[in-house]
Design a protein around this ligand. Structure first.
Ligand code: PBE
Length: 267
């Protein structure tokens, strides 16, 4: 068994997430570019992926997942990205706040807040860890806001308060997006807005902003992850600004696996 290839040991499966995620599209491209025709990308969800990761990790079994940073899994487990010499997953990614057209005119306070919303991977990861440890997203967000009043004061600087105006944020149940949406919802609520977060799939998240049925999304990962969505809806949304730099997507494995590169999946 020890002579078995990585492919044999994981049954030629890469554990993916929801089919609309950019990382799924990138992984389909990786399978093509690296000649991994024998491999299957399994569709599921972020929660199913982390459950599979926990199960394998606890038994020190091999597993390959579609992973991204920031994410609590890197705090909970010793993991590594597989090198991607062909650059299929891009390099440094950025998280953009994307608003519907007309948001600035209709809800200038919300627009200004999003244009000033900027934080670090460690901030988001701390909230993700608390949620993973069992805290409700709104409680973890409230705690973070309390402990980071200076940062939040920069976001809200000069922001017009609300008077019960409704704001709808579209989000996908990615742990990272749950954290960011909880924080911004909390800040907007404190400012006097009436916030609804609408959980959808990635495609509908972008569609909702583009057709104006939701006000904004906080998980616009660019330039690579959501490139297709950004192109498809070009001109139908406003890129309000970058909330986080230095984020990343790729194939992730436990450090105890003796492979380092996506090329090692091909034998
Ligand atoms: N993610 C988290 C998303 C963007 C945010 C990396 C899973 C995606 O792949 O589309």
């Amino acid at each position: 068994k020890s002579n078995a290839s990585v492919g044999e040991r994981v049954e030629y499966e890469i554990v993916g997430i929801d089919p609309g995620a950019g990382i799924m599209k990138a992984t389909a491209t990786a399978i093509e570019e690296y000649g991994l025709e024998d491999w299957t990308l399994i569709e599921g969800s972020g929660a199913a992926m982390t459950a599979a990761l926990k199960k394998a990790y606890d038994k020190e079994e091999p597993i390959i997942i579609t992973g991204w940073t920031p994410h609590w899994k890197f705090s909970a487990y010793d993991l590594k990205y597989l090198e991607d010499p062909k650059g299929v997953y891009g390099g440094e990614e950025f998280i953009h706040s994307i608003g519907r057209l007309g948001l600035k005119e209709d809800l200038p306070g919300v627009h200004k807040l999003l244009s000033q919303f900027k934080w670090e991977a460690a901030d988001m990861e701390g909230i993700m860890v608390d949620i993973q440890d069992g805290e409700k997203p709104e409680d973890a967000a409230a705690k973070w806001i309390e402990e980071n009043a200076d940062t939040v004061a920069k976001w809200t600087d000069g922001v017009q308060e609300g008077n019960g105006e409704e704001v709808t944020l579209a989000m996908v149940a990615w742990d990272s997006n749950i954290a960011s949406t909880a924080v911004i919802s909390n800040v907007l609520t404190d400012l006097g807005y009436e916030v609804t977060s609408r959980q959808v799939e990635a495609g509908p998240m972008w569609t909702g902003v583009a057709d104006g049925s939701v006000d904004a999304l906080l998980a616009g990962w660019l330039p690579v992850t959501h490139e297709d969505y950004a192109k498809e809806f070009e001109g139908k949304y406003e890129d309000i600004g970058i909330s986080m730099e230095g984020v990343k997507i790729g194939l992730v494995v436990p450090k105890y696996m003796d492979i380092d590169s996506i090329e090692d999946l091909k034998e």
